[in-house]
Design a protein around this ligand. Structure first.
Ligand code: ZN
Length: 253
């Protein structure tokens, strides 16, 4: 299969049991002991975009059964509370009070916290069974730890742009990989639903295709806008760490 982003050839850089999760690297043990078979991580030889082979063909039912099931939270404990709290506090310190759509925000805790601090914030998560999306034209659209879960990158960014005002900004996080992965990497864990992993170059290509300027505030936090002058304000924003790195000593493989 050619690269989804640039159509160049891909190569297998990592083969990993699909039930290994990011959380294993933090806990130092397998959170889901059962083996379900290894998957090949295929990396583009040109832009560095990587994805687990075959997962793009899983049905919604397969994702619901194997990934987003009742045990999902085990592999990402901050998902339930700590991360929405941290991100809501960060946004409240960076942005003026305004309308905001949080895409892929699960049960909507971050949007709820932002409403409590004066934002007109709504959550929309198609994977949580939310029905019709909110009206487009929001000045701010957020998507935290969503990009790496989307098998269809163009479909995702099309959806984000439909929600965003032409003069708005899209704030999103996904941890960027090195152009060429060497050995194992905790973030490349299928059990978390991490199916699409960007390098700096593959993200640049995708943004350019959508006519978006963007700035990476860190290896994991990015801001995009049609009008590059809208990105200047990010220079005044406080720093944010979405994911703390796991213990360097644990080896899942
Ligand atoms: Zn590529």
């Amino acid at each position: 299969m050619p690269c989804q982003i640039c159509r160049a050839q891909t190569r297998n850089v990592l083969t990993k049991e699909q039930n290994i999760s990011c959380g294993d690297y933090f806990e130092g043990r397998r959170l889901y002991p059962e083996d379900r078979g290894a998957l090949a991580l295929m990396e583009c030889i040109s832009c560095g975009f990587a994805r687990f082979e075959g997962m793009d063909r899983w049905s919604a039912e397969e994702f619901a059964e194997r990934i987003y099931n009742a045990d999902y939270h085990l592999c990402d404990p901050p998902f339930l509370g700590a991360r929405p709290r941290k991100l809501a506090a960060w946004l409240a310190s960076a942005l003026p009070r305004q309308a905001l759509v949080d895409y892929g925000g699960g049960e909507g805790m971050m949007a709820e916290l932002l409403r409590a601090s004066g934002f007109d914030a709504v959550s929309f998560d198609p994977f949580y069974g939310d029905g019709a999306p909110p009206a487009g034209g929001s000045p701010v659209v957020t998507a935290f730890e969503v990009v790496e879960h989307a098998p269809d990158q163009r479909g995702l960014f099309r959806a984000l742009m439909e929600l965003c005002d032409p003069s708005g900004i899209i704030i999103f996080s996904t941890l960027l990989k090195p152009a060429q992965l060497q050995g194992d990497w905790w973030y490349a864990s299928a059990r978390n639903g991490h199916v699409s992993l960007h390098s700096p170059e593959s993200l640049r290509l995708l943004m350019a295709e959508f006519g978006l300027s963007f700035i990476s505030l860190s290896a994991e936090m990015h801001v995009a806008a049609r009008d590059p002058s809208l990105l200047e304000v990010t220079g005044t924003w406080p720093a944010i760490a979405v994911n703390d790195p796991p213990s360097a000593t644990y080896r899942a493989l």
